[in-house]
Every structure is written in structure tokens, then in C-alpha cells.
Design a protein around this ligand. Structure first.
Ligand code: ADP
Ligand code: MG
Length: 511
């Protein structure tokens, strides 16, 4: 266990002790004032095992009733038997200032993603070394080049993204908002995150903490995401056209997707769910490159699949190309998916790049840059050599990231060292980036998972903000933030290998 973690655990224990009402008479008024936030760190509650178990039973039943659901690992293609999506018993404390900052910068991130996706010179230059070494990115890039070569048929563009952050504790102890990544494809949990506030409000109401319950922010990302899809559908301009949702048959997170489908149906926009395989069998383009699926015209293609190599067979790549060539609004189009790569993220942090992409917008540039952690290229050359040497000298300060999405691909600690030793003289290293490791202050919460006992553990959180934008030709017609997602995971390993722990749904409790 690293020193930093130890001291923070000690800090947490002190907090809990004080929160337990065990303050001696030596605690003066000033101390009490400092402790006002304490009552809300759930310190004493977390020590009452019986109470936690009763609260957990209530919380789980409320989660099921609200629709905080996942299909089971045993039966991922069927909704006959479902369970609750794992979540925290209590909402986790998040400084309001950081929440506000994350919301405020979301429109800037929307603009930035949209700008990068339209800048083929930047994408080509940025990804040139990566695509030599990474097959998956190369395949996406291939499709991008084909579509560019033929001419982009779509005129309406829709971005549904989620920018994720952790709270870096700085030297003076105050937390800073640092971006982990931005997801430009299949950004998930907007649906379930719309249903978790009621669960945490329930828990606090059971405890008669009605004032605290009222502080839980209402949240409805699925509504906002659907608003973006509906706008794109409307601008496509064909009353009978439908939305095509690309998903796998084995989909545990279907209720999250259904939340968006339901919002659309309420607007009388019909959604059909199909797999890539279905597209390759029954999808077609007419001479104007309008997309048809089972004879039905498609206005918007919404991808909840297609972000990992394992999701593509040769047949599926062909289906993706067909979709990209069409004039339907793709969410995301192939350029926007490429914009979400770790390599692009790293290049965006280079001096002068934001200024080049967002000319005449110094305030947006400053807001964006303030959220960037240290990001380092591993391309062959002096700069990459230096980054590798620094990471080998202080492995606990870095994370090694390949061009992958979906979790579980990053390397930390000893594993990272081994990988870097192997990679350092090989061109393959260009398919990775190095990132500064964010070290948030851990806190105690109780994680609820089907089949697991109620247990209080040390946790860290990751905040995501959902962003939506719609562009018609050169005109941006929508640019907004539409809600948040807080995910919390246990810190089980000293090396901070959060990748090993599974995150659960949470809500920010603003302080
Ligand atoms: P993915 O595309 O697979 O989601 P991420 O970059 O989001 O990749 O990384 C996955 C997880 O790894 C994150 O949710 C976060 O918990 C952890 N992680 C990623 N980058 C960092 C970092 N710089 N510092 C600390 N933890 C990180
Ligand atoms: Mg992520």
C-alpha cells in the first residue's frame, strides 16, 4: 500500500470517528463549524452493520422497482430473469465546484470533438503512427478514408458523448477535476443514471434525512440523449424514417438503452434494434445512398456496439462501411469515433493544438486545458524515450493505455513496467499513450452487488457528464449538457489498479 493511500485511510478513520459523535469537549466551536460537512459523510452510519443490511434490503427493492436493472451474466439475451445493476448504498460526496466545472466545460468538449471530427488533416497526422501499429484503429481509419474519398453523404451530424473525470488530490489537499477520457461512441448508463436518484433519496428518507435527500440532484440523461437523436431525426427530414439502434443480442445493459428508446417512442419516433449481422444481410443503400433496413428507411444510426475489436467479424466491418457510406445520421460517424481515441486525447494536450482547433475561443481553450492531466506520446523518438524513462523511474505515477474502449485494457504498476521494458525499442509502442495517474482521495461507502454481502470499503469515484450536439452542414443547431453519471469503485489494490475492481452506479452528493 502506497504512503498516500495510507494517510488518506487514516484521514477517513478520523473523519468517521468525529462523525460518530465522539467529539470531546476540547472540540471548540470552530472545529464544529469545520465538521458541518461531516454529518453527510455517512461516517457513523457506515459502522452499524445491522442498519446497513436493513437499508441495503430497502435500497435493492427500490432499485428494482425504479428499473435500475441489468440482464444476468447467465442469460444476457433474455429479460426473463433480471437483477439490479450494482450501486452504492449512499451517494458519494462531490464538491459542488467540481460538478459545476465539469458541467461548464461540457459544451466546450462538444465543440472540440465536433471540430476534430471535421479536421481530416489533424486526424490523419495524429493517427499516422498509431494506425501503422494498431489494427483496430487502422481498420476504422480505412473506412474513414473510403468515406472521405467517396464524399461524405450525411449532412446532419449528431454527437452523444460522455466526458469522464476523477478528482485529483493536489498538494494542498484540495481536489482538482481531471479528465480521464471522452467517450464518443456508445457512452452508456445515461438511462440507468436517470433512475438512481430515487434510490438514494429513498435510503436517506428511510433515515429521516429529508433535507439531505432533497440535495440529491435530479438527473435525466436519457431524456437529453433522446432529444439529440430526435433533433437529428427531424433534420434528416423524412417523416416515415426510423432510428436504427445497433446492438448485440447478448446485451446485459439493455434497460439502459431501452430508456432512450422509450423517450423516442414518446415523441413518436420508432426505433428498431438490429445487429451488424442483420445489417449485412438486410441493409441496403439506394442510388442517393439513403439507408434501408428490412425495406424501412433509416434516418439515424445509433451505435451501442462497434467500439471493440471483438465486436467485428469481416462481415461486421462490411456492415459498418455500408452504414458509414449512407446519408443516414450516424451517432457517431467514423470520424467522431476516431476523435475519441486515446491518441487524439494525448495530441490535444500538446501546446497550441487547442488554439489551432478552436481559434478565437481563448476562454473555451482555458476551460478545456484546466481539465487535462499529463498525457505523453510514445511515438519513436526522443520525446517518447523520455516519457518511458520517467514512467520506469516512477511507475506509480503513470498509466499505460492502448487504443481501446470498454475497460480493462490499461496497464498499471508492475504490469506497466514489464510492458514498457518489452515495448521500449519497438515501433509497436506508438499504439499506446502514457497518462499521469490520477490519485483521488479515497472515502468509505458500501457497494451493493447481487449475490455479495453488504460490505463497507474504501472507494474512489469517476464523474461523467453527458454532452449532446447536432450540426447541420456548418451550423451547430444544438450544443448542451444533459446530465451526469457517477461511478464508484473499491480500491482493492495498493497500486491503484481500479481496472481490476468493478465500478457501481452512484450519485454525487454536492458539498
Ligand atoms: P476505457 O476506454 O477502457 O473506459 P479509460 O481511459 O476510461 O478507458 O480507463 C478505464 C478506467 O481506468 C477508468 O474508468 C479509470 O477508473 C481508470 N483510469 C484510466 N485512466 C486513469 C488515470 N489517468 N488515472 C487513474 N485511473 C485511470
Ligand atoms: Mg472509460
Amino acid at each position: 500500500m502506497g504512503e498516500g493511500l495510507f494517510s488518506s485511510v487514516k484521514y477517513q478513520l478520523e473523519m468517521e470517528f468525529l462523525g460518530n459523535g465522539a467529539r470531546g469537549p476540547e472540540c471548540g466551536a470552530r472545529r464544529d463549524h469545520e465538521l458541518v460537512g461531516m454529518a453527510t459523510s455517512w461516517g457513523s452510519l457506515l459502522q452499524d452493520e445491522q442498519l446497513l443490511e436493513e437499508l441495503a434490503r430497502q435500497a435493492v427493492d427500490r432499485a428494482l422497482a425504479e428499473g435500475v436493472l441489468l440482464r444476468t451474466t447467465q442469460e444476457p439475451s433474455s429479460s426473463d430473469v433480471v437483477s439490479y445493476a450494482p450501486f452504492t448504498l449512499f451517494p458519494s460526496l462531490v464538491p459542488s465546484a467540481l460538478l459545476e466545472q465539469a458541467y461548464a466545460v461540457q459544451m466546450d468538449f462538444n465543440l472540440l470533438v465536433d471540430a476534430v471530427s471535421q479536421n481530416s488533416a489533424f486526424l490523419e497526422q495524429t493517427l499516422s503512427s498509431t494506425i501503422k501499429m494498431d489494427n483496430f484503429t487502422a481498420h476504422l481509419f480505412d473506412i474513414y478514408k473510403q468515406v472521405l474519398g467517396e464524399g461524405i453523404a450525411q449532412t446532419v451530424f449528431l454527437g452523444l458523448n460522455r466526458s469522464d473525470y476523477m478528482f485529483q488530490r493536489s498538494a494542498d489537499g484540495s481536489p482538482a477535476l481531471k479528465q480521464i477520457e471522452i467517450n464518443t461512441i456508445s457512452a452508456s448508463f445515461g438511462g440507468l443514471a436517470s433512475r438512481t436518484p430515487a434510490v438514494h433519496q429513498h435510503v436517506l428518507n428511510v433515515l429521516s434525512k429529508t433535507k439531505e435527500a432533497a440535495k440529491i440532484l435530479s438527473n435525466n440523461p436519457s431524456k437529453g440523449l433522446a432529444l439529440g437523436i430526435a433533433k437529428a431525426w427531424e433534420l434528416y427530414g423524412s417523416a416515415n424514417a426510423q432510428v436504427l439502434l445497433i446492438a448485440q443480442e447478448k446485451e446485459r445493459n439493455i434497460f439502459d438503452q431501452r430508456a432512450i428508446e422509450n423517450e423516442l417512442l414518446a415523441k413518436k419516433i420508432h426505433v428498431i434494434r438490429r445487429r451488424f449481422e442483420d445489417v449485412s444481410e438486410k441493409g441496403s443503400l439506394d442510388q442517393d445512398r439513403r439507408l434501408f433496413m428490412d425495406g424501412q428507411e433509416i434516418a439515424v444510426v445509433y451505435f451501442r456496439d462497434g467500439y471493440m475489436p471483438t465486436q467485428y467479424s469481416t462481415q461486421n466491418w462490411k456492415a459498418r462501411l455500408l452504414l458509414e457510406r449512407s446519408c443516414a445520421v450516424k451517432c457517431p460517424d467514423i470520424a467522431t469515433q476516431l476523435t475519441g481515441t486515446k491518441k487524439v486525447q494525448q495530441e490535444l494536450s500538446r501546446a497550441g493544438v487547442l488554439e489551432m482547433l478552436l481559434p478565437g475561443q481563448p476562454e473555451a481553450v482555458a476551460r478545456l486545458r484546466a481539465t487535462f492531466a499529463g498525457l505523453y506520446s510514445l511515438d519513436m523518438g526522443e520525446e517518447g524515450d523520455q516519457a518511458i524513462n520517467e514512467a520506469l523511474a516512477a511507475p506509480n505515477r503513470f498509466v499505460l493505455k492502448p487504443q481501446r474502449e470498454g475497460g480493462g485494457n490499461n496497464l498499471y504498476g508492475e504490469e506497466m513496467v514489464q510492458a514498457l521494458e518489452q515495448l521500449k525499442d519497438r515501433e509497436e509502442r506508438a499504439s499506446y499513450i502514457l497518462m499521469e495517474k490520477i490519485e483521488p482521495e479515497p472515502f468509505a461507502n458500501c457497494l451493493l452487488r447481487p449475490g455479495s454481502p453488504v460490505r463497507v470499503v474504501q472507494c474512489i469515484s469517476e464523474l461523467g457528464i453527458f454532452g449532446v450536439y447536432v450540426r447541420q452542414g456548418k451550423t451547430l443547431v444544438m450544443n448542451k449538457h444533459v446530465g451526469h453519471l457517477l461511478r464508484t469503485k473499491a480500491i482493492e489494490h495498493a497500486d491503484g489498479g481500479v481496472a481490476a475492481g468493478v465500478a457501481v452506479l452512484d450519485n454525487p452528493y454536492p458539498v
